[in-house]
Design a protein around this ligand. Structure first.
Ligand code: ARG
Length: 278
């Protein structure tokens, strides 16, 4: 899993609406550097053997480089994101793209940050964020529509406006890195309880999490992550993983990193639940 990804491009990337605390209109990304940075991420995915698909960004969508917020995809089904108003325009492009590939994408009835707040682990378990960009009432929809067992996790600060800044799935079958301080106490207990089901946990300090350490793509073999987070990078290498560290300084001006720019397309459906099988 995480070996088939949908990315966009940084051609229209800019800071327009300050919809998270990392964004400052007075501190714009440098266009050429942002494109170079994004292309380096795509090249790193390809070098790791991942198949990368492209959806060109639209000129009126300054945040469209962050494809992760557009949907959560499992098998041939998806639940679309329902982002803040400033990003609503992105969704139609994703819906069309998914539909053209035979993926039926449904609109959720409440605010939903897509994969930004929805991280599958252990096959059928979904770590599902709420409290910032996602309304918890969308969780039953994800459970029903995509056949996941939802573990609700509340992020407590707008700095962690999406769960993918607080939790990084290194190996979906086995290993998750996380920043306990970013979650409320009941959520921490729910994360720790997953150890009883075979999930290993690596803790990351808030300082590194705030440098987007956890906003990583991990397929169980290779971890693609932000440069400047030596604690986590070293820990993962000592566990035998291949770690690629990349510059994400331009994306960081919009509050994003590696994981935000890649929507996973290969989360396997629960056996027997594909539409064809139904
Ligand atoms: N500027 C974007 C926003 O605030 C960044 C989104 C990053 N995405 C993510 N999955 N964390 O919506």
């Amino acid at each position: 899993m995480h070996q088939h990804l949908l990315v966009s491009d940084a051609d229209h990337f800019r800071v327009e609406d300050e919809i998270n605390p990392w964004m400052d209109r007075a501190d714009q990304p440098e266009p050429a550097a942002a494109r170079t940075e994004h292309e380096a991420l795509v090249a790193a995915h390809a070098a790791a053997g991942r198949a990368v698909e492209r959806l060109p960004s639209a000129p009126d969508c300054p945040d469209m480089v962050f494809t992760a917020n557009a949907a959560l995809v499992r098998g041939d089904r998806a639940v679309l994101g329902r982002p803040p108003a400033a990003r609503e325009g992105e969704i139609v492009h994703h819906r069309t793209w998914l539909r053209e590939r035979g993926i039926v994408a449904e609109e959720p009835p409440y605010a939903f940050s897509g994969q930004g707040d929805a991280l599958p682990v252990l096959g059928d378990v979904l770590l599902a964020g709420y409290g910032q960009r996602t309304d918890a009432r969308v969780h039953p929809v994800l459970a029903e529509r995509l056949d996941y067992e939802v573990v609700p996790l509340r992020t407590t600060s707008p700095a962690f406006y999406d769960l993918d800044l607080a939790v990084g799935v290194v190996d979906p079958d086995r290993l998750v890195a996380w920043c306990p301080e970013a979650l409320d106490e009941p959520s921490r207990r729910r994360v720790r309880a997953l150890r009883g089901r075979g999930l290993e946990l690596v803790e990351v300090a808030a300082g590194e999490a705030e440098r987007f350490a956890l906003n990583l793509v991990g397929d169980g073999t290779t971890v693609t992550m932000s440069r400047g987070c030596p604690g986590l990078a070293g820990d993962l290498r000592s566990r035998g993983l291949v770690v690629h560290e990349l510059d994400t300084g331009q994306l960081a001006k919009s509050g994003g990193g590696v994981r935000c720019t890649a929507l996973t397309l290969d989360a396997p459906a629960r056996p027997g639940t594909d539409r064809e099988a139904a």
